[in-house]
Design a protein around this ligand. Structure first.
Ligand code: AVI
Length: 319
């Protein structure tokens, strides 16, 4: 058997992290994929971010789901099987399922079994008797609901949190197109998307006064030290959140405080003072752009709900 085939999931994950780091740090503009921000420490820091005063998306979307719940439920109707892409701790699913009339089932989809267990457990205890069928899959890649699908119910995809904003726009369209195929005929999708707003509000949301987002970003270097044997000096980098007005996205960067070299997997990477590693993009959308993206993926925007300040949007798309 070859080495690759006999790898444990943890070894395969470490190899993928190293491969991505070597590719990203070799690029003319250094970058690291944002999915690597979420190890156990990163997930805990992200949970803390969602409670920060500056980070408005989570509490605003929660408010929309709560206050517009009856209108959302009316638009969706009874008997939908809810398929949630990346359920986190299942808290938003509980809100949605509570609003909906007679949901048929709950199918959380995630690559990480620990997230699935948390979401499935929370929903199962809030709704005894509701069929809960976790699906282990990477929802950023094509997958099939297969045996988990509910033959009699129509599927309602649920993709809250503006996670769609972490995709490049072309990737977002590909995701939306695949979701239509996965959810099958008659599908609908309830999608949370953050809206374009004042750059100062956005930069504060991604560079909070308590430094939690900075710790979340810098944890990526700590992770590379822990898991990839790199020798990043964490004190040699600082976090920055920059509004890119042309691309309408907040970018997180780790900025090198001085000229320095870092070793990783036998390679040496040189940083000039002020050079950055781009670690995440969080795209913000104008309603018309989101509607066009949905249409490019074959969806029709049936309804949109927002908060009184127009910070965040929740969309019902029909296939
Ligand atoms: C997960 N995702 C939607 C968050 C966002 O707002 O783009 C990740 C995040 N990064 C920094 N703060 C929050």
């Amino acid at each position: 058997m070859s080495g690759a085939l006999s790898r444990s999931p943890a070894e395969a994950q470490r190899a993928a992290l190293i491969a991505d780091a070597l590719a990203g740090l070799s690029a003319a503009r250094k970058t690291l994929p944002c999915k690597w921000l979420y190890d156990a420490e990163g997930c805990a820091l992200f949970e803390a971010i969602t409670r920060l005063p500056e980070y408005y998306p989570t509490r605003t979307e929660t408010r929309i789901l709560r206050e517009c719940g009856p209108a959302i439920a009316d638009a969706i109707g009874p008997g939908a099987a809810v398929v949630e892409f990346g359920p986190g701790d299942g808290a938003k699913a509980v809100l949605l399922l509570r609003a909906l009339a007679a949901p048929a089932a709950y199918l959380p989809v995630d690559i990480a079994p620990e997230w699935l267990d948390a979401a499935a457990g929370r929903v199962a205890s809030a709704f005894p008797g509701l069929p809960v069928r976790p699906v282990v899959a990477d929802f950023a890649q094509p997958f099939d609901l297969a045996g988990r699908a509910d033959g009699s119910a129509t599927h309602l995809g649920f993709f809250p949190g503006s996670t769609i904003g972490n995709f490049e726009p072309e990737e977002a369209v590909r995701f939306l197109r695949r979701a239509r195929t996965t959810l099958r005929a008659g599908a609908r999708l309830l999608l949370g998307a953050d809206l374009v707003k004042d750059a100062r509000v956005l930069e504060a949301a991604y560079d909070d006064a308590a430094g939690v987002t900075a710790a979340f970003d810098l944890n990526l270097l700590a992770r590379l030290n822990r898991e990839a044997g790199a020798d990043f000096d964490l004190g040699g980098f600082r976090h920055a959140a920059i509004w890119n007005a042309e691309k309408e996205r907040i970018e997180m960067h780790l900025v090198s405080r001085r000229a320095q070299s870092v070793r990783l997997a036998g390679r040496v990477f040189r940083f000039a003072q002020g050079e950055t590693i781009h670690t995440e993009s969080s795209h913000k959308y104008r309603p018309e752009r989101l509607r066009d993206m949905a249409a490019a993926a074959g969806w029709r925007a049936a309804a949109m709900w927002t908060d009184p300040d127009g910070l965040f949007s929740v969309w019902l798309l029909e296939g």
